[in-house]
Design a binder for this molecule. Structure first.
Ligand SMILES: [Zn+2]
Ligand SMILES: [Zn+2]
Length: 331
């Protein structure tokens, strides 16, 4: 080999090594975002691939679904089922009452302690931090069913609005400009930045609880692995899909009481599984009230529970439905 050929081979190998280490660094930086979301903010929404699904970043989300198949191995017990159901109910309430009606729409007031307690429960739902959630939701209301809506089924299809949009590079960022009112709390910013911490702690607690129960009360028929699969994975995945039906189905299936500029619908079935969020056409017409069921028969479990919390002084200043909106709802 001539010396010229050798030099060019060396240069080629060097270029490959540099590019490989560059790719390696980029992959490590992207993996870091699984545990520290601040890197998402640095990524910038302008990148050419900002609107495409980031599959590396999406691995934990996909893996949670596969983990549910574990029910085939761990079996089932009343203790595991009750735990899964109780965690669904508690966390659905945290999402609808706090992530949605409090952080996104400010339809009632709460102390900083109560605000943090429910932000913490909300963070265990693996739907990221309260600031990320509220910022995207405020953008949804501003631009509902236009090209700027993060999750319109009318424009981008059912699957995208249900489980595609939030896996893109652009959507992993928190739109800080949209939530200055709550971004001033360092404890909320912490939950947003390290949004895997609370879910991991919940998973560990559930494993420990199941292992303890299986030993202390063998007749319960449970184990650490069984409690982890049912209490964490199954409960969280079902909770996720129930929640996002409001982005997908509640803009597609149901009736329209109000002629809003978007395609929102009222759907009683969705209202039942989401504790009141299915009255989505009501909500788009007037998002400024804590209630989403506008008639007495429009079941809105979150509203009933918030009234109870107000009675015992944990929340206050629940914003009612204005008289003119109630009159319009009666037709
Ligand atoms: Zn809303
Ligand atoms: Zn909507």
């Amino acid at each position: 080999m001539s010396s010229e050929a050798r030099t060019s081979t060396t240069r080629g190998a060097y270029a490959v090594a540099v590019s490989a280490s560059g790719h390696g660094r980029a992959a490590i930086a992207r993996l870091r975002r699984w545990v520290d979301t601040r890197a998402d903010d640095d990524a910038g929404p302008e990148a050419a691939d900002a609107g495409r699904i980031d599959w590396l970043r999406a691995i934990p989300f996909v893996a949670m679904h596969f983990a549910c198949v574990g029910v085939l191995w761990v079996g089932v017990s009343p203790a595991a089922l009750w735990t899964a159901a109780a965690l669904y109910a508690l966390r659905m309430f945290a999402l609808t009452a706090f992530y949605h009606r409090y952080f996104s729409h400010r339809t009632f007031n709460a102390s900083r302690g109560v605000q943090f307690a429910f932000a913490l429960i909300g963070a265990s739902c693996v739907q990221r931090g309260p600031l990320w959630w509220a910022a995207h939701h405020r953008n949804h209301h501003r631009h509902a069913d236009t090209t700027l809506d993060p999750h319109s089924p009318t424009l981008r299809g059912f699957l995208w609005s249900h489980a595609g949009w939030f896996l893109t590079r652009a959507a992993f960022r928190t739109d800080w400009a949209r939530v200055p009112d709550f971004a001033k709390y360092p404890e909320l910013r912490w939950l947003d930045r390290y949004d895997t911490v609370v879910p991991v702690v919940l998973a560990l607690i559930l494993y420990g609880f199941g292992a303890w129960l299986g030993t202390a009360a063998p007749q319960s028929g449970t184990s650490g692995a069984q409690m982890l699969v049912w209490g964490f994975f199954v409960s969280t995945v079902v909770l996720f899909h129930a929640t996002v039906t409001i982005n997908s189905l509640a803009h597609r299936v149901g009736s329209r009481r109000f002629e809003t500029a978007d395609d929102s619908r009222n759907n009683a079935w969705l209202a039942l599984i989401t504790f009141g969020e299915g009255w989505h056409n009501n909500h788009h017409f007037f998002p400024g009230t804590v209630r989403q069921g506008f008639r007495w028969w429009e079941v809105d479990l979150t509203w009933y529970l918030l009234r109870l919390l107000a009675l015992v002084g944990l929340v206050r200043d629940l914003k009612p439905i204005p008289a003119w909106v109630a009159a319009k709802a009666r037709g």
